[in-house]
Ligand binder design. Structure first.
Ligand code: SIN
Length: 530
C-alpha cells in the first residue's frame, strides 16, 4: 500500500541516474526524497552494465578535450557541445563521489585505476569494477546508500501517469502489485526510469525496460527528441536467452576479433558501435546468416579479467579460449528521450529527467561506449542542484534549445500516444485469454520493430511496422494491469520512434535508412516530438 507523502523530490526509477540524485538530495541537501520503482530497488538496467564508466581519471596523455572530441565524433553531428563539456568535466568528480559511497573500481598493484579501451575512444579511459561487472557494483553501492537516506521507497509500484495541476507536475499516480492506485505527491519529480529495449525482440535490456517514463512524459505533453537513435550493441551473444547476454566491448578493446561465418575479418573492431553493428548486419544479410563470430581465443586470463562473461559463456557451453563466440547486434540503448536543459529540467514545470529516459544532448545520434553510466551520475546530480536552487522552469541550454526554438529543430506534431486506459477505469486483468493476447501483441510488436525499425530501416519497413504497433495499441487499450500498461507504453514510445525514424530521411549515427544512405545537412537538427 502506497501512503500519500509530501516529498521534496520523487525519483521514478532506481538506476544510476535516479539513485545518485536521491542520495545527493537526501545526504547532501537534506531534502525529503522518495524513490518509486516497478521492481525491487536493485532491479535496474544499471545492474547489467558491463564495460564501465568513461571518465578522465588517468591524466596525461588523456584529457577532457580528447574525451569531448571522441564523444562528438561518435554522436555524428548531433551532440550538444555544452552538454558534452559538462559530462566530461564533471564526470571524474562524480566517479569520486561513488568511490566515497563505497563503490570499488578495479586497480593495479600500485593502486592506479585499471583503464580499458572501448570502441570510439582514442585511448584507454574506461574504469571498471569486478572486471566487467561495473553496473552491479555501482548499483550495490547506491542501493545501500539510498536505503539509508530516502524517506520512502516504493518498490513494486507501477507509475501510471504524471499528476498534473495547472500545467505543473506535482507527483505521479501509481499502482501497487495488489492493484491499489494512489497518488504520490512531490514538489519535484525526476523521471529516471531508463530506456525501452523491450521494443525489440533481440535486446540486452531486461524485461522491465518498457519506456514507461518516456511514455508518461509524452502523454503529459513533454517534448521528446532523438528517439529514432536506438543503439544496437554489436556483440550480444546469439542465444535464445532474453535479455541477450552481453559480450562487453572491452573484449574488443583487449584484442578480440570480429569474423564473419567464413572466418574472414571485415570491420575495424574499435570503430564506434553504430558502424560495427551496421557492418555486421550487412555482412549477415550478404551471407544469409543470423550471426557473426567474436574470436577471443587470443585473450590471456579471460576468466580472471571477465569473470561474469566467463560464467555466461560456460552456461551456454562455450569456452572462449577455444570457441569462437556466436554474436549478433541487439538493441542496447536509447540515445534520445525526454528533452532536458543542462540541469535535467524538462518542458513541464516540476518535471526533470535524467539517464537513459532523458535527451540531455550528450549522445547525439550515437552514444560513445561507457558514457551512459557517466551521464546518469552527472546529470542526476545536476537535477538536485537545480531543485535546491528553486528553479521553476527549464533554461534554453543543452538539448532544450531545440524545444525552445533557439536552435534549428524539426517538430513532429501529433505523435500518437493512444491505447491507454485512464487510471479511474483500472481493474486488473486476470483472464488468461486477455493476458495471452497481450503477450502475443507484445511479441508481434517486438518482432516487427526488429525487422522493420532495427539496425536497417526504410520507408516501407517503417510503415509496415507502424501497422503492427497500432494493432498492439488496440490490444493494450482493451486490457488493464501491468502487462497491458507496459504494452501501452511500448506502443507510445514505439509510435514516437517510428514517427521520428520516418521523418528523418537520411542516415546518421545509429539511424540507418537504406533508402536514404547518406547524411543530409538539412538534418543536422533534433527532431522534437510533442
Ligand atoms: C559494454 O560493456 O560493451 C557496454 C558498455 C556500454 O553500453 O557503454
Amino acid at each position: 500500500m502506497i501512503k500519500p507523502a509530501e516529498l521534496d523530490l520523487l525519483v521514478v526509477g532506481s538506476g544510476v541516474a535516479g539513485l545518485s540524485a536521491a542520495v545527493r538530495a537526501a545526504d547532501g541537501h537534506g531534502l525529503r526524497v522518495g524513490v518509486l520503482t516497478k521492481g525491487a530497488l536493485e532491479q535496474a538496467t544499471t545492474r547489467w552494465a558491463q564495460g564501465g564508466v568513461a571518465a578522465v581519471l588517468g591524466g596525461d596523455p588523456d584529457s577532457t578535450d580528447l574525451h569531448l572530441a571522441d564523444t562528438l565524433a561518435a554522436g555524428d553531428g548531433l551532440c550538444d557541445v555544452d552538454a558534452v563539456r559538462v559530462l566530461v568535466e564533471e564526470g571524474p568528480g562524480r566517479v569520486q563521489d561513488l568511490i566515497a559511497l563505497g563503490a570499488a573500481f578495479d586497480r593495479d598493484e600500485q593502486g592506479r585505476f585499471e583503464l580499458a579501451r572501448e570502441g570510439g575512444h582514442s585511448l584507454a579511459r574506461v574504469v571498471h569494477a569486478g572486471g566487467s561487472a561495473t553496473g552491479a557494483e555501482i548499483e550495490r553501492a547506491l542501493v545501500a546508500a539510498v536505503r539509508r537516506a530516502a524517506v520512502v521507497i516504493h518498490e513494486h509500484a507501477f507509475a501510471l501517469d504524471l499528476l498534473m495541476e495547472d500545467g505543473v507536475c506535482v507527483g505521479v499516480r501509481a499502482a501497487t502489485d495488489d492493484g491499489v492506485i494512489n497518488e504520490v505527491r512531490a514538489r519535484h519529480v525526476l523521471l529516471a526510469s531508463g530506456g525501452a529495449g523491450q521494443l525489440f525482440a533481440v535486446t540486452t535490456n531486461p524485461l522491465e525496460s518498457t519506456g514507461d517514463g518516456i511514455a508518461m512524459a509524452l502523454r503529459a505533453g513533454a517534448a521528446v527528441a532523438d528517439i529514432e537513435f536506438v543503439q544496437f550493441h554489436p556483440t550480444a551473444l546469439h542465444s535464445p536467452r532474453m535479455p541477450q547476454p552481453l559480450l562487453s566491448e572491452a573484449l574488443r578493446g583487449h584484442g578480440a576479433l570480429l569474423r564473419d561465418t567464413t572466418g574472414e575479418r571485415f570491420v575495424d573492431e574499435l570503430l564506434p558501435r553504430d558502424q560495427v553493428s551496421r557492418a555486421m548486419t550487412r555482412r549477415m544479410l550478404e551471407l544469409d546468416v543470423d550471426h557473426c563470430w567474436l574470436d577471443a581465443t587470443g585473450l590471456a586470463e579471460f576468466p580472471q579479467r571477465f569473470p561474469n562473461i566467463a560464467v555466461a559463456l560456460a552456461e551456454a557451453g562455450l569456452d572462449p579460449s577455444i570457441d569462437w563466440l556466436p554474436i549478433a547486434p541487439a538493441a542496447h540503448y536509447l540515445c534520445g528521450g525526454i528533452v532536458t536543459d543542462l540541469d535535467g529540467a524538462s518542458t513541464i514545470p516540476g518535471l526533470w529527467a535524467a539517464g537513459e529516459a532523458a535527451c540531455s544532448g550528450v549522445h547525439g545520434a550515437n552514444r560513445l561506449a561507457s558514457n551512459s553510466l557517466l551521464e546518469g551520475m552527472v546529470f542526476g546530480a545536476r537535477v538536485v542542484e537545480d531543485v535546491e536552487r528553486g528553479t521553476e522552469t527549464a533554461s534554453p541550454t543543452g538539448a532544450m534549445r531545440s524545444a525552445t526554438g533557439t536552435e534549428q529543430t524539426g517538430i513532429i506534431g501529433g505523435c500518437p500516444v493512444e491505447g491507454w486506459a485512464r487510471p479511474a477505469e483500472l481493474t486488473f486483468d486476470t483472464d488468461e485469454s486477455t493476458l495471452s493476447d497481450i503477450a502475443a501483441a507484445r511479441d508481434a510488436l517486438q518482432r516487427a520493430m526488429t525487422i522493420g525499425a532495427g539496425v536497417l530501416r526504410n520507408e516501407a519497413s517503417l510503415a509496415a511496422t507502424a501497422e503492427v504497433v497500432q494493432r498492439a495499441g488496440s490490444v493494450a487499450a482493451a486490457g488493464t494491469g501491468p502487462a497491458a500498461w507496459e504494452l501501452a507504453n511500448l506502443v507510445a514510445v514505439g509510435s514516437a520512434l517510428l514517427a521520428a525514424a520516418s521523418a528523418r530521411t537520411e542516415s546518421r549515427g545509429a539511424h540507418t535508412r537504406d533508402d536514404h544512405p547518406g547524411t543530409d545537412p538539412d538534418f543536422v537538427c533534433r527532431l522534437v516530438l510533442r
